[in-house]
Design a protein. Structure first.
Length: 121
């Protein structure tokens, strides 16, 4: 189900921090290549609500850690998150609630994915 050699985790969503970070079994996961406005911004709150709608707390997710970013970001694992048949990273971008983080295109395992290319990697 996961690509590469980094961690592959299946767990439950325990908290939705914002539009590009969730907790899975208590561990913070940052969406690879995806960035949303901060939560104190109205657009940031809309991004969080969008994630809550498509992947509510208690949902089972598969997290594929980014092989090229295993050092993480501010204590968070960076990964591709699959929930309810969707790739959350891609869904946030498609919804218009986030933008591709192009500065990481050269350092992400997922940069060559169809969805990442479609949004600018």
């Amino acid at each position: 189900m996961c690509s590469g050699e980094a961690q592959c985790i299946t767990g439950k969503v325990t908290k939705i921090i914002d539009g590009d970070t969730i907790k899975v079994d208590g561990e913070s996961i940052r969406f690879a290549l995806t960035s949303t406005p901060e939560i104190y911004d109205e657009k940031g709150m809309l991004a969080k609500e969008f994630v809550e709608k498509i992947c509510p707390i208690g949902s089972t997710v598969l997290v594929d850690e980014d092989d090229m970013q295993t050092e993480g970001s501010y204590g968070r694992m960076i990964g591709l998150i699959k929930c309810n048949g969707k790739i959350l990273n891609e869904s946030v971008l498609e919804s218009g609630h986030g933008e591709i983080s192009t500065r990481y295109c050269k350092t992400s395992e997922f940069a060559n994915s169809d969805w990442a290319k479609r949004f600018g990697c």
